[in-house]
Each structure stands twice: as structure tokens, then as C-alpha cells.
Design a protein around this ligand. Structure first.
Ligand code: SF4
Length: 185
């Protein structure tokens, strides 16, 4: 019997090759959607629909955490905007680690590990700190990001233009960094 891996799916485009990768490593991969960092809600729904289409295409079971924990996300991030990604990773991955342990998965991981746009070392640090009953499976998959995008291009899935939160949307369209202007906004 193969080992089981619970994969945090941040979006279809990061998840596509991550599924293949962990399957090649011998894992039976199950997906988990928990991303209350995505704003606004209409954007959240579009990304979830794309994720579900990819899961169907890849024959990967996908569980969605009920509800939209936007208040929990904002409670953690407001006042910590510059360091928000740490709080965002901690919120999302701690829920994934909890569910992985409850359901008896051998390991958990995150599709965020393939993205060159994320703070990779921070992600690794947060994931490894959450290793407990269920271990965090870490690998640097950033070199395979274009393979992942290639898979989803053929499926013609909705493609987001910013990371997820309203702060990242502002950075994307203003061309500025929040850390540079935080005292002035
Ligand atoms: S930029 Fe992305 S990872 Fe960072 S807090 Fe916003 S949604 Fe989360």
C-alpha cells in the first residue's frame, strides 16, 4: 500500500505538477483547499472552481474546508501587513497539518513549494515547525513551475493575476511594495 500525502492546494497552477511530482515519489495524493487569504470572495470562487476542474482531470480527491475564514485571516494580518506572509502560511498550513493528523495521513505538503513568487525559505520554516504527528514533506520544486503552468494552459483554467490578499492585489497593480509605503498609507 502506498503512503498517503495531504497536499495543500493554493491554486490549480501550482498544484498541477505538484500532484505528478508526489505521485512519482510513490504517494497517494489527496488535495485540501483552505485559502481564506484570497480576496475578494468572487476571486476565491473562481480559483476554487479552477482547482476543482484540475482535481477532476487529475483524478485527485479534493476536500474543501467549509466556510470562508476571512475574519481569521484578517485578525492575524492586520497590524502585521509587512510580515503578512508568515501569518498567512501559519494559518493555512496549521489547518492542513491538523487535518492530516486527524485523518491519519503519513505526510502533508503544500503546492506553494513550486511557486517562485512565494517566500520559499519562510514557507519551508513554517512547514517544518508544524511537523509533528504528521511530517511536512519538503522539496524545492521551483524549477518545475513552468511544467505546472504548461499543464493548466492546456486545460484553459482561470489564471489569477496576484497572489491572493488585497495587499498583494494592490502591489500588483500599483507596482509598489507595501513595505516601502506602509507609514504613508
Ligand atoms: S501575499 Fe500571498 S502569501 Fe502573502 S499574505 Fe498575501 S495572500 Fe498570503
Amino acid at each position: 500500500m502506498s503512503n498517503t500525502l495531504l497536499l495543500h492546494c493554493c491554486c490549480a497552477h501550482c498544484t498541477a505538477y505538484s500532484i505528478e511530482h508526489w505521485r512519482k515519489r510513490g504517494y497517494e495524493v489527496h488535495g485540501l483547499w483552505y485559502n481564506p487569504n484570497i480576496q475578494p470572495f468572487s476571486e476565491y470562487r473562481q480559483r476554487l472552481e479552477a482547482m476543482q476542474a484540475l482535481a477532476d482531470e487529475s483524478e485527485m480527491p479534493l476536500e474543501t474546508v467549509e466556510g470562508y475564514d476571512i475574519r481569521e485571516y484578517l485578525d492575524r494580518v492586520i497590524g502585521n501587513e509587512v510580515d503578512r506572509c508568515r501569518h498567512c502560511f501559519e494559518l493555512r498550513l496549521s489547518r492542513v497539518a491538523e487535518i492530516a493528523a486527524e485523518k491519519g495521513f503519513d505526510v502533508f505538503s503544500s503546492a506553494l513549494l513550486i511557486s517562485p513568487h512565494q517566500q520559499h525559505e519562510l514557507l519551508r520554516e513554517v512547514g517544518e515547525k508544524l511537523s509533528g504527528e504528521t511530517e511536512f514533506a519538503y522539496e524545492d520544486l521551483r524549477k518545475r513551475y513552468s511544467d505546472s503552468r504548461h499543464i493548466t494552459k492546456e486545460l484553459d483554467l482561470y489564471r489569477q493575476q496576484y497572489c491572493g490578499c488585497v495587499f498583494s492585489e494592490w502591489e500588483r497593480y500599483s507596482g509598489l511594495k507595501l513595505a516601502d509605503v506602509i507609514d504613508k498609507v
